[in-house]
Design a protein around this ligand. Structure first.
Ligand code: FES
Length: 132
């Protein structure tokens, strides 16, 4: 079995300094180099490829699903906490009653409203909604 090469002394000293000078027991194979790369942010999924027509009430508070995983589209049902941590619903309160087209592809640049982004190639090529 091959063992990784030991870390250079300067790296070991830097890592010890990062731990506040403590001499922790090093894991087998030497110290691990901390990763400065973070995971990419979660991406929303396409809930549908056409906007949702809704009737909005002035002054009412709404939570629009921005992750695409909600089973109550276009509204948030809390699914983002499990399926897309890091994404959050868009809370809004319209200033007047009336019909609106809310984004279903989750790629709009003016959330929660449809801006026509669903007509783009990215959405057209995307897999269908996460549920049947
Ligand atoms: S449904 Fe997303 S921009 Fe139209």
């Amino acid at each position: 079995m091959l063992r990784p090469a030991p870390a250079p002394a300067v790296l070991t000293a830097l890592m010890r300094a990062a731990r506040g000078g403590r001499r922790d027991r090093e894991p087998p194979g030497g110290p691990r180099v901390p990763s400065f790369c973070s995971a990419p942010p979660p991406q929303p999924v396409v809930a549908a490829k056409e906007p949702f027509p809704v009737e909005l009430k002035a002054g009412k508070n709404y939570s629009w699903c921005s992750c695409g995983h909600s089973q109550r589209q276009p509204w948030c049902d809390g699914a983002h906490k499990r399926a897309a941590p890091g994404l959050a619903p868009v809370r809004f309160s319209p200033s007047r009653d009336g019909p609106a087209l809310l984004c279903a592809c989750k790629r709009t640049r003016s959330p929660p409203y449809c801006d026509g982004s669903h007509r783009g190639d990215t959405v057209r090529a995307a897999p269908g909604p996460p549920r049947a």
